[in-house]
Design a protein around this ligand. Structure first.
Ligand code: SF4
Ligand code: SF4
Ligand code: SF4
Ligand code: FES
Length: 983
């Protein structure tokens, strides 16, 4: 299409809004409420342009062929200024003493763009107090311009549906849950609203009093200064006042650093700028992240209290006479090297084992496995993907050839049907959940959730399935059989792309609908409904997580999921595929980079002589060829007296491995134990040497997220005095043992990885600069694959393989003595055991402790209320914990979040594992529950968002504003005198 913008002919794209066309082609038009990631909000009216003689909003008017658009006609400019004047009546310009005076304040910048000198409608305060009741941000109604961006973000991007504007009120404002305080509302502190607020109405508390040079002054002094500014404004106009504030902003540029990083918590891979002043974190500013854009959850936006926590480790520690004493780095490294060498010389290389951290970088994972293999000579190296994701990887390796998500988050967004199995996505992968919630709310995406708990996604789902624990494989196989039997499978896809149909079909014989109903407790009807929904959907994605993988048949169930996707042709196209949601920020990368007992980098097998030779030539060593011990086997080997020394990097292994009492007993038997961490973790208690590493903000490197996306993190802060980046520590240990490594920067490590690994051939730091990212596999020319398998599957003939599996049933079943099923998993606010997140005060305030969820019916039967102390006793251990009565759980099924060091759920779990990968069957646990006499406070305080009452609506509902008696579109002669401008 061709259109004219201010007399110049421009090429327009179909469906493009005028505002996008104008800014894309180098023009500008004032706009306040429009944000490209929110779409048209239409509340501010400042974007008025003239089209063929009529005033329209540029942000909401799609381009049509032949349009003549004027952004600068007298009519358009008058309307823009009039609209903006209304905005200024809601906002006091005191920029010089405002913490938001950082060059990106939309109100400030629009005042300047429109060259406003004096406002026509005077500023008036609103009859509301500032709301300070959220620990992380505050709302100032007097500064709120009612643009509604926050409402749009909360309702339609985050889809927490907390915010609205009371348009019918004489004094509209933003409301939380229709009128609650923020602190007592359903607000989950994700920060979307604060991130998109165009002014200082919503501000991070960490900014207040810290960002500006004058903003830390006492309130009385600030008020006085604001009065002075207001006093001179009639004479000087805003132009001169803005100049002063711009000078103050320029001074800030020298002391505020903005550094890109990647979130340290979950596997979504959110990236953002961290604003810092010295070591103070001013705010997290998400915008350009390829996975998240403006989105974050509470942890990524506000959960950084661990960085400057007073209990950071800042010096190496050495155990002496059962006490730890401080030591120099030289002494500690020398001791580690000496003891590892002695044990290797005495008991052999395979008497040592190494655990990499899925919180650390790809480069650090690589060096850890290189230390194990090239310096020590053992393949005994693993990472915590063994605890969660190894079964999903195995299921995908069996069927499609690679062990990663088959597409991107944008594919999940596009799907017609999303099926979530055993994943509490809204709490464990919050930003991915926002995409599903939004597509479901706004675009007609269908959602099926299968889970033991009625979590948020289950409540939103079109169909919620609650099968008996450990029976997912059965209903998945029954659906496959039903589809094949009824001619609903994708025959063309199967013919062209899939091997093994006959054998697979035969393996499905036991999985009739009747058998599935009997074994799973799901009705035949609901299983049939799911089958038809898949058959009718154009594109289906299946998301799954630890509810599937942490079972004794986690690998087989993951395989069944992939089989189902294959027979329905749900691979190779946008909006389809398999999405095992990776838990930790770099659990994908830790495995990708060789911290596995059987694989070198890029899943190259240790028993392949060609592979080994390539590494041996580069590393100039001879490498062991037999598979090493995984972390489950390591514990067994310690108990068997075969494993004598361990080096654990950044893992709270003693309580996050299952059957924690057994793991701790093993650690006590070690001859030598090194733990590298940023805090004195529970695991450190068993160490002989503790080495203080550095958190993600204090180092460079790369993380790989769940969508196989490799992203760079930059050094936001220098390592705290006494700490070292973990890659340097591993290098120091290796060199003390004679390795002769000379890495000066993590980019050199990545170059070595790319050289040795076909899957990463084209990865380098330049291609990952800033917010650039690559989704593996990456060809030598830098071509990556956001959607995997578009041309072929990763098997020699390019075809996928149906892999028959059969159900054997879960372990550790309830019986008369242990009569309750215990499920466990994550909480939104805390990450894993909580070692990092408990160090953020606001998170602790909202979610102070662990609890066990008890169903209302079981609570009634046992006389339990929220706050009752109970003792849970399993076949392996016991914990004391408070009950939370909730209908999220049903009947005799309990749920315990994993966020506790004092009462970890893993005192109760067993040593049973997935039969293929040795992943602990954490989700198969049975307990008895003793009700204790004490009744305490509810473990979740009233200010926890779970007690809020959201107010769903479709965005900001601007039409209600337009219906107000005092509203008329600007430029339509509603009695306002035109404003004075410099133009
Ligand atoms: S949930 Fe809370 S922090 Fe998140 S957008 Fe809504 S109001 Fe803002
Ligand atoms: S608080 Fe919301 S409505 Fe008010 S200015 Fe900020 S984004 Fe706009
Ligand atoms: S924890 Fe996950 S969803 Fe939350 S900000 Fe970090 S990466 Fe994003
Ligand atoms: S930017 Fe168009 S109405 Fe606000």
């Amino acid at each position: 299409m061709k259109v004219a913008v201010d007399g110049i002919v421009r090429e327009a794209k179909t469906d493009e809004f005028l505002i996008d066309l104008i800014t894309r082609t180098g023009g500008s038009v004032p706009h306040v409420c429009y944000h490209p990631q929110l779409g048209p909000v239409q509340t501010c009216d400042t974007c008025m342009v003239e089209v063929n003689g009529r005033l329209v909003r540029a942000c909401a008017t799609p381009v049509t062929d032949g349009m003549a658009i004027s952004t600068k006609s007298a009519k358009a400019e008058a309307a823009q200024v009039e609209a903006f004047d209304r905005i200024l009546s809601n906002h006091m310009l005191y920029c010089t003493v405002c913490d938001n005076n950082n060059g990106n304040c939309v109100v400030h910048n629009t005042t300047k763009l429109l060259a406003i000198e004096h406002q026509q409608i005077p500023f008036r305060t609103k009859p509301y107090e500032v709301d300070n009741t959220n620990p992380f941000y505050r709302y100032d109604p007097d500064q709120c311009i009612l643009c509604g961006r926050c409402v749009e973000a909360c309702q339609n991007v985050e889809v927490n549906e907390t915010l609205s504007i009371n348009w019918e009120d004489p004094n509209p404002r933003v409301l939380w849950d229709g009128g609650s305080t923020i602190g007592e509302s359903s607000c989950v502190s994700c920060g979307h609203c604060v991130t998109v607020c165009p002014c200082n109405a919503l501000m991070e508390k960490s900014m207040l009093g810290h960002a500006g040079f004058l903003t830390s002054l006492k309130k009385s002094a600030l008020s006085g200064m604001i009065e002075i500014v207001k006093g001179v404004e009639p004479e000087t106009g805003y132009g001169s006042i803005l100049q002063i504030s711009e000078a103050e902003h320029a001074m800030r540029e020298h002391r505020i650093r903005k550094t890109k990083t990647v979130c340290t918590y979950c596997g979504v891979g959110c990236s953002f700028d961290v604003w810092t002043k010295d070591r103070h974190i001013l705010k997290i500013a998400p915008e350009h992240g390829p996975a998240n854009g403006i989105s974050t959850c509470v942890k990524g936006k506000f959960g950084w209290g661990h960085i400057n926590s007073e209990d950071r480790l800042t010096t190496p520690l050495i155990r002496e006479n059962d006490k730890f004493r401080q030591a120099s780095w030289e002494e500690a490294i020398a001791l580690v090297a000496r003891r590892l060498s002695e044990i290797k010389n005495k008991d052999g290389a395979d008497s040592l084992a190494f655990i990499s951290s899925s919180k650390c970088t790809n480069e650090e994972s690589y060096l850890m496995q290189k230390l194990a293999r090239a310096v020590i000579g053992t393949n005994n190296v693993d990472n915590c993907s063994r605890y969660c994701q190894a079964p999903a990887t195995a299921g995908l390796f069996r069927t499609v050839g690679y062990g990663g998500d088959s597409g991107s988050i944008s594919d999940i967004e596009k799907a017609d049907l999303v099926i979530i199995i055993g994943s509490n996505t809204a709490e464990s992968h919050p930003v991915i959940a926002t995409r599903v919630k939004s597509s479901h709310k706004l675009d007609g995406q269908k959602l099926i959730v299968s889970d033991l708990r009625e979590n948020e996604m289950a409540r939103r789902a079109d169909l919620f399935l609650h099968p008996k624990p450990g029976t997912d494989l059965v209903w998945l196989s029954a659906i496959s059989r039903y589809l094949l039997d009824n001619g609903l499978a994708h025959t063309k896809f199967l013919d062209q792309w899939v091997n093994g149909l006959d054998q697979y079909r035969k393996s499905l014989e036991p999985y009739t609908l009747e058998a599935a109903e009997r074994l799973t407790g799901l009705s035949e009807r609901s299983i049939r409904t799911v089958a038809h929904m898949i058959a009718e959907a154009k594109a289906t994605c299946i998301l799954w997580a630890m509810g599937v993988t942490q079972q004794s048949q986690g690998s087989d169930t993951s395989t069944a999921i992939s089989n189902l996707l294959l027979i329905t042709g749900n691979y190779m196209r946008p909006g389809t595929g398999a999405y095992p949601l990776r838990g930790h920020n770099n659990v994908q990368g830790a495995s990708d980079h060789g911290s596995m007992p059987n694989m070198l980098t890029g899943y190259q097998s240790v028993d392949d002589p060609e592979v080994r030779q390539r590494f041996e030539t580069k590393w100039k060593v001879t490498l062991p060829s037999t598979k090493g011990l995984d972390n489950h086997q390591m514990v067994e080997a310690i108990h068997a007296g075969k494993l004598k020394a361990m080096y654990v990097l950044g893992e709270e292994m003693s309580i996050v491995d299952s059957n924690a009492n057994y793991v701790e007993a093993a650690f006590e038997k070690l001859d030598f134990f090194v733990v590298q961490d940023i805090f004195f973790s529970h695991t450190c208690r068993y160490a002989d040497v503790v080495l203080p590493g550095a958190p993600s903000l204090e180092k460079e490197g790369t993380f790989t997220s769940t969508e196989r996306r490799i992203q760079r993190l930059y050094e936001v802060l220098e390592p705290l005095a006494g700490c070292r980046p973990d890659w340097k520590i591993v290098q120091d240990v290796a060199n003390q043992m004679g390795a002769g490594w000379h890495y000066q920067h993590p980019s050199e490590i990545m170059d070595e990885i790319a050289f040795l690994t076909p899957m990463f051939a084209g990865v380098n730091y330049e291609r990952l600069a800033g917010y650039k990212s690559l989704q593996w596999p990456v060809a030598a020319d830098g071509t990556d694959q956001p959607l995997h398998y578009t041309k072929r599957f990763a098997f020699p003939d390019g075809k996928a393989r149906l892999f028959p599996v059969s159900w054997i049933g879960p372990t550790d079943q309830p019986n008369a003595e242990f009569d309750l099923h215990l499920n466990n998993g994550r909480l939104l606010e805390h990450f894993h055991e909580g070692n990092l997140t408990y160090r953020t005060e606001g998170i602790r305030e909202k979610t102070p402790d662990v609890f066990v969820e008890v169903s209302p019916e079981l609570a009634e039967e046992r006389g339990i209320q929220s706050g009752t102390w109970v003792q849970l006793i399993s076949r392996y251990g016991k914990v004391r914990v408070r009950a939370l009565v909730t209908d999220r759980v049903q009947g005799r099924e309990l749920y315990m979040p994993m966020n506790s060091v004092e009462s970890p759920v893993n005192r109760l779990t067993s040593s049973h594992t997935d039969v293929v990968t040795n992943t602990p069957a954490y989700k198969e646990a049975s307990v008895q529950m003793k009700v204790l006499a004490e009744v305490g406070e509810s473990p979740l305080p009233r200010i926890n968002p779970r007690f809020g009452h959201p107010t769903p609506q479709n965005g900001v509902e601007v039409e209600r504003k337009w219906k107000r008696a005092d509203y008329a579109p600007p430029g339509n002669g509603n009695g306002l005198v035109q404003l004075q401008t410099k133009k």
